[in-house]
Design a protein around this ligand. Structure first.
Ligand code: HEM
Length: 126
């Protein structure tokens, strides 16, 4: 193992290097107004997830990119299309109150997420 340099940064032999979607998803050159929840950023010509394969990385990137990515996306669409067809969902508390807990390898929220759901046409269940 040897030291090497990439884009002006020296990586020492044996040093650990990590990639973080939390960081890469906030790169403004690739994601316009990154903190804004804006699903349209992925649609049509904007397709911000396609612009740079190294910054939109929920399934990793490169040689070891998730082999189940397409299957997972299909499952997500199948599950959510039924859920959203059958139920109305609403956040249980104002979204601004949520804070991320960055202290662990897998980033999660500091507090549990509560969701109010209602089968379309019925009363609210909490
Ligand atoms: C939402 C669901 C999923 C997410 C977020 C996810 C995410 C990931 C990530 C981040 C990696 C590491 C990629 C890297 O090292 O660059 C990975 C690898 C992998 N995933 Fe997934 N994955 C999902 C679903 C699946 C499914 C459904 C399968 C199989 C049916 C699968 C099979 C694999 C395999 C075999 C690897 C190792 C690939 C390799 O090392 O060459 N994943 N996944």
């Amino acid at each position: 193992m040897e030291d090497f340099e990439i884009e002006g940064v020296t990586v020492r032999a044996g040093q650990m290097v990590g990639a973080s979607p939390w960081v890469s998803n906030r790169i403004e050159e690739d994601f316009e107004d990154p903190e804004r929840f804006d699903l349209t950023r992925y649609l049509g010509e904007r397709a911000e997830d396609r612009d740079n394969p190294w910054t939109w990385i929920p399934f990793g990137a490169g040689r070891h990119r998730c082999v189940g990515a397409n299957f997972a996306m299909m499952q997500l669409k199948a599950i959510f299309s039924i859920l959203l067809h059958e139920f109305e969902l609403a956040p249980g508390r104002p979204l601004e109150e949520y804070r991320a807990d960055l202290s662990k390898m897998v980033i999660q929220l500091e507090q549990p997420v509560t969701i109010h759901y209602r089968r379309r046409g019925e009363e609210v269940v909490q």
